[in-house]
Design a protein around this ligand. Structure first.
Ligand code: RM4
Ligand code: MN
Ligand code: MN
Length: 426
């Protein structure tokens, strides 16, 4: 399903005037503080986030899964769903594929389809946390860290195959997340597991094309509950450094123990030029994969504040790969993704409104109150008109959730695909 350009134009007509007033009002306010409204709007319009191929259907939990009507059943349908989100928001210009859940059958056809929807192929994700139906070896006791060389080799070969698939699509990076670890003390030797992982990653790194990046994602626990081999950013950084300068750490917002200061992790990695990718989601307790900004919007803003500072100051850090990694149990996945994209842009816009010259001065004077005022002043600005304007300028709709509902998208998808389709994924 694709929306007609005229539908979008007609939809925007009624909301344009109010938006114009809001942008003028907000523009005056922020220009007085020395910011350039047009530049900010352009930055927001340029910001593109990859949608994961596994987040377009219902996610479910280990207790059950409740299907959502009209779920995409093929990679083609997934790309078409992302195309819809992109038409509405103009922020979802990429897809992040999970292999083997989404191996293309006809590469040229898939590339053409993605092109038609203006979708690029972002990082490809390997999967050695599940056994594949025809696999010789099992990952029950780990993959790249496994005590058995045959099993490690199988996992290495899988990652190499994922790189090959990515090459054929025009991807430029691979994300490796490992479930490897242990659920009981004594089950594995920590040092051996880390060494095996480092060696396996080095093997994969050898096949990485020169213009590619390798992202190493960390996570403290789950599915293993006592230890995880790549449990934190420090371990990921050690492994990335052990591979070479094309290897980077990937931060998934849900992969931290409660109350971890993620913004400081971001700052540290960017200072070292080693932050490569980002998985957006939100959480209350663990890897909850909830809608971005649904639980801790201030934390998200503080993270973006460090990202913006890093993008401006750490020229040694490469351009980041922005991806959403969420799961949808009770909401329409497409609505949920639209909300996530909105929350990302809101936090980004707020972070762009932090006055770093004043902040630096206040820090030098140890004026703690002023420092807090400066951050919170930016955070408390209602930046939504800037985002709406960015969307309008790029050909999207002013209010995507409202438009999605007015255009009756879900019902049409159900009509096209049926009520009991199931998307591949977790
Ligand atoms: C993991 C991790 C990975 C994702 C899988 C499905 O917790 O976040 O990025 O690929 O889930
Ligand atoms: Mn992730
Ligand atoms: Mn996760």
């Amino acid at each position: 399903m694709q929306l007609k350009q005229q539908q979008i134009i007609d939809y925007n007509t009624s909301a344009k005037e109010e938006l114009n007033n809001n942008v003028n009002f907000l523009g005056n306010l922020i220009e007085k503080k020395g910011f350039n409204t047009r530049e900010i709007i352009q930055k927001l319009a340029d910001f593109q986030v990859a949608i994961p191929s596994w987040a377009l259907g219902a996610g479910g939990t280990r207790f059950g899964r409740f299907s959502f009507g009209g779920e995409p059943t093929s990679l083609e349908e997934k790309i078409s769903d992302i195309g819809l989100i992109h038409q509405l928001t103009q922020t979802a210009g990429a897809i992040s594929l999970h292999i083997p859940w989404d191996i293309p059958k006809d590469y040229n056809a898939i590339k053409e389809l993605a092109n038609l929807h203006n979708i690029k192929f972002d990082a490809v994700n390997s999967n050695t946390f599940q056994d594949q139906s025809n696999a010789k070896e099992s990952y029950k006791y780990g993959s790249l860290a496994n005590i058995s060389k045959q099993i490690r080799d199988q996992a290495i070969a899988h990652n190499n195959e994922v790189i090959n698939i990515g090459k054929m699509l025009g991807s430029k990076s691979i994300t490796i997340w490992l479930a490897d670890g242990s659920s009981f003390p004594g089950q594995i030797n920590f040092q051996t597991a880390l060494q095996n992982t480092q060696q396996s990653l080095q093997e994969i790194y050898k096949t990485l094309p020169n213009n590619w990046k390798m992202f190493i994602e960390y996570k403290p626990y789950e599915p293993n509950f006592y230890s995880t081999v790549v449990k934190d950013w420090g371990t990921s950084l050690i492994l990335a450094e052990g591979c070479g300068n094309k290897a980077y750490t990937l931060v998934d917002l849900g992969h931290h123990l409660p109350n971890t200061n993620i913004e400081q992790i971001v700052a540290t990695l960017m200072l070292k030029g080693k932050l490569g990718g980002f998985h957006f989601n939100d959480s209350k307790y663990g890897d909850d994969d909830l809608t971005v900004g649904a639980i801790k919007p201030y934390a998200l803003f503080l993270i973006f504040n460090e990202l913006v500072y890093g993008m401006q100051n750490n020229k040694n850090n490469p351009e980041l790969s922005w991806m959403i990694d969420a799961s949808h149990n009770v909401k329409d996945p497409l609505e949920d993704l639209i909300q996530s994209l909105d929350a990302i842009l809101i936090a980004y816009a707020q972070a762009l409104l932090v006055d770093h010259t004043q902040l630096q001065q206040a820090q030098q004077e140890n004026d703690v109150t002023k420092c807090q005022e400066l951050l919170q002043d930016a955070y408390r600005t209602d930046v939504r008109p800037l985002i709406q304007q960015a969307r309008l300028q790029s050909g999207g709709v002013i209010n995507p959730i409202d438009a999605y509902r007015k255009f009756n998208v879900r019902n049409q998808l159900i009509k096209e695909r049926g009520t009991d389709t199931i998307a591949t994924g977790l």
